[in-house]
Design a binder for this molecule. Structure first.
Ligand SMILES: [Zn+2]
Length: 300
């Protein structure tokens, strides 16, 4: 089953750019725990394998690179790049694949222990463990709390938090709520849209804006600084648009919660104002715009 798929990768120039830069730049290393969410698990897996390739390539990291690591990853025979599902684990001494995994419902504690053991031995490669689910025919499926239960997550929590050097974990899922929150909070999450039509992209802003309405008054400066840093490093308009995408998605998910709904609708307008200010008046001091926006969004 070819999980490495360069055609699927073409849908994600921005994500690829983010990871390529992060992996190439000594100062801007990517997180060792990544969580992909969205409907398209095959694309998530192709992205995860591409990240594994960028981390292991010994030549120039170009898509057509012919180094041994790139070749192995494209063929899915790399010894340190693994896709972990409930079905890819042999219990005890059984050598019969079908027998040992038949009816196996989840990535269990024994599997978690085997991973911890494996990681205790050093590796010459950058290890990338991709966690997801699959059916008997090899079709990829998302993680959820049944196939990746709390007990297994807990057994691996310390490993996720402080992995050995050169180790990256990637979780593939439909929605962040399908993974227990202690794992989510240790991971950097990325929305992977299923197609170009799916416009709810807010990868760049998610880490700083997630649940921002829960922030306290004394956190407004930190929020403002994070937002300003992000805007200085990117196209400001794109950041504001992504904030709006995030707010819109939250509105959709919380239509029953009226107080939050009205607050978010108001915030949408504040962000729209900020966006208008910087496009109409390019000389406008961006720091002032950001400060204004942060105070409006948090201090009400
Ligand atoms: Zn290579």
């Amino acid at each position: 089953m070819p999980y490495y798929n360069s055609e699927l990768l073409e849908k994600y120039p921005k994500l690829l750019d983010y990871f390529t830069k992060g992996i190439s730049d000594d100062n801007k290393n990517i997180s060792h725990c990544l969580l992909f969410w969205g409907r398209d698990i095959s694309s998530q897996c192709a992205l995860a394998l591409e990240i594994a390739r960028l981390l292991n390539c010994t030549k120039d990291k170009t898509p057509n690179c012919d180094c041994l690591n790139c070749k192995w990853i494209k063929e899915q025979t790399h010894p340190a790049v693994k896709i972990y599902t409930r079905l890819d684990f042999k219990e005890g001494s059984s050598t019969d694949d079908d027998e040992s995994t038949k009816g196996k419902k989840n990535i269990n504690i024994n599997q978690a222990k085997a991973i911890i053991n494996e990681l205790s031995v050093t590796s010459d490669y950058h290890r990338v463990y991709i966690f997801c689910d699959r059916d008997e025919d090899g079709n990829l499926l998302p993680l959820n709390q049944i196939n990746f239960p709390e007990a297994t997550s807990n057994a691996l929590l310390k490993t996720f938090e402080e992995p050995p050097q050169n180790t990256t974990f990637i979780f593939l899922t439909n929605d962040k709520t399908d993974i227990i929150s202690t794992v989510v909070s240790r991971a950097q999450a990325f929305f992977v849209p299923a197609s170009d039509n799916e416009q709810e992209d807010y990868n760049l802003v998610e880490n700083i804006i997630s649940d921002y309405w829960m922030l306290e008054r004394n956190q407004v400066l930190e929020f403002e600084n994070n937002l300003y840093k992000l805007i200085s490093e990117n196209e400001p308009k794109e950041i504001f648009t992504q904030i709006q995408n995030y707010i819109l998605a939250t509105i959709k998910a919380n239509s029953e919660n009226k107080p939050l709904f009205y607050r978010l609708k108001q915030d949408m307008e504040f962000v729209e104002d900020a966006k208008r200010q910087i496009s109409l008046t390019p000389s406008m001091n961006i720091q002032n715009v950001v400060e204004n926006l942060a105070f409006k969004m948090i201090l009400k």
